[in-house]
Write a protein that binds this ligand. Structure first.
Ligand code: AMP
Ligand code: MG
Length: 438
């Protein structure tokens, strides 16, 4: 089905309006093609460990030794032979103390039957011992010398010990190539001694807002003008997805000027345009791209907000790219539509360009606080407030004036996702939620 859509769509700018799911699959398919064609050459850089947080790994991180490198006690207590505790309470002779970091030559060798060694969390377990009893279940019998201990609870063999290499063997892959370095990955790289990491360079994402009514943030708008805000929400989203935004400013609703700026934008790794993709007489983005021999994958999705979204690839219009086509999105100009369509369609393509491995779009679920009534036929992403705590998540729509209402969206922290066949959702029902407070 998808192949047919793509084959059909690669002809010209026709009117191809897909369901949300089909449009998303087209985007995911193109993201896979991007990954398949990615070569390392010139696309990577070496960064210090701390600077690697949030970056995408180019080389896998391997364990430089077994983890843990020795059988590690997970408790403060006594290293014992579990068989010695078959009858309780048991009295054992304490033959030494093992601290975390203790050198091997100071550790009692081959713990015998009837013996125990006092041991701390993170210390190496002596040979001969097969378990650790927590200190809470013991009493020292000779208070001064500590030479004998009474144990009140039994242990299974292996209890409170992580065997050498149980977490990873030397040479094993700890963090895969294309992983995004989160806090745990940074910790793991530190534990493997990686002070420097080879990561993908950030892709450059050109941002072009279109519209004769727009002025930039430094300019005082005339009575019927508005400030360009989409370039800034997009720049923030691009940064959060691992890209480097390149703001190209505002293009006029006039073919020649628009074409010049689009051509400029196609020199980047990805071009995001906002506005000019609806049905108005001055919505020229699709027309100009068609003149530039762009390939269109779709020109609309059955969603609200964001229906007139355009996704395609263009290279022919740009001499400087010598045949290399650049992906572009024409995002609808209404500020909330721009933000939503970036999240659900542009983000996967950008993440592929960053080198990151594929991620499925996943929604949380929460109980609806107040009934919702909508018309059927479109998948909706409506700004909402997720509240509650612990296991009790609740969500309700924010009052808004439609997809131009940035103020309402700024009060929201998520979108409620409403399936296209639902007309009424009662209070108390579980609904899908997409977070927006990255
Ligand atoms: P368009 O998609 O060009 O028809 O624009 C739809 C609505 O979004 C219009 O009300 C525009 O004024 C508004 N709009 C378009 N681009 C921007 C932008 N960059 N910043 C803020 N609002 C915009
Ligand atoms: Mg416009």
């Amino acid at each position: 089905m998808l192949c047919r859509i793509i084959a059909f769509m690669s002809v010209a700018a026709v009117n191809v309006v897909l369901s949300f799911e089909d449009a998303r699959r087209v985007v995911e398919g193109q993201a896979e093609l991007i990954r398949a064609s990615q070569v390392g050459e010139g696309r990577t850089e070496s960064v210090e460990l701390l600077a690697a947080a949030g970056r995408i790994l180019f080389e896998p991180v391997l364990a430089d030794r077994d983890i843990p490198p020795f059988a590690r006690s997970t408790r403060d207590g006594y290293a014992v032979r579990s068989a010695d505790l078959s009858r309780l309470p048991a009295t054992l002779a304490v033959i030494g103390e093992i601290r975390a970091g203790e050198q091997f030559d100071k550790i009692p060798n081959n713990l015998g039957s009837g013996q125990a060694a006092s041991i701390m969390t993170g210390a190496p377990v002596p040979t001969g011992a097969d378990a650790v009893v927590m200190v809470e279940y013991s009493s020292q019998l000779d208070a001064k010398s500590g030479a004998r201990v009474e144990i009140r609870r039994g242990v299974d063999a292996g209890e409170n010990i992580v065997p050498r290499g149980a977490e990873a063997r030397a040479g094993a892959c700890l963090i895969e190539r294309r992983a995004r370095m989160n806090a745990a990955a940074v910790a793991l790289a530190a534990s493997a001694g990686k002070a420097q990491l080879q990561v993908y360079k950030r892709p450059r994402v050109a941002v072009l807002s279109t519209g004769d009514e727009l002025v930039d943030v430094e300019t005082t708008p005339g009575p019927t003008q508005i400030r360009n805000s989409n370039s800034y929400s997009l720049a923030a989203q691009i940064l959060s997805a691992g890209g480097e935004p390149v703001l190209l400013g505002v293009a006029p609703d006039e073919s020649q000027g628009l074409r010049r700026l689009i051509d400029d934008g196609l020199k980047a790794d990805l071009l995001l345009m906002t506005g000019g993709v609806s049905m108005g007489r001055y919505d020229l983005v699709e027309q100009v791209l068609t003149e530039m021999s762009a390939e269109f994958f779709f020109t609309g999705a059955k969603i609200q907000p964001g229906r007139p979204i355009v996704f395609g690839k263009c290279g022919a219009g740009s001499q400087s790219r010598a045949g290399r086509a650049t992906y572009f999105f024409g995002l609808p100009g209404n500020p909330v539509s721009t933000m939503v369509t970036f999240e659900i369609f542009a983000r996967p393509v950008l993440e592929a360009l960053t080198g990151q491995s594929a991620r499925k779009l996943q929604f949380l679920h929460a109980r609806l606080k107040r009934e919702i009534s909508v018309k059927t036929g479109l998948k909706r992403f409506l700004p909402a407030i997720l509240s509650g705590e612990f296991e009790d998540s609740q969500v309700e729509l924010v009052a808004w004036q439609g997809s131009g209402d940035i103020a309402a969206t700024a009060r929201a922290n998520c979108y409620i996702v409403i399936p296209e066949d639902r007309e009424r959702i009662a209070a108390g029902e579980w609904v899908a939620v997409m977070r927006s407070d990255w």
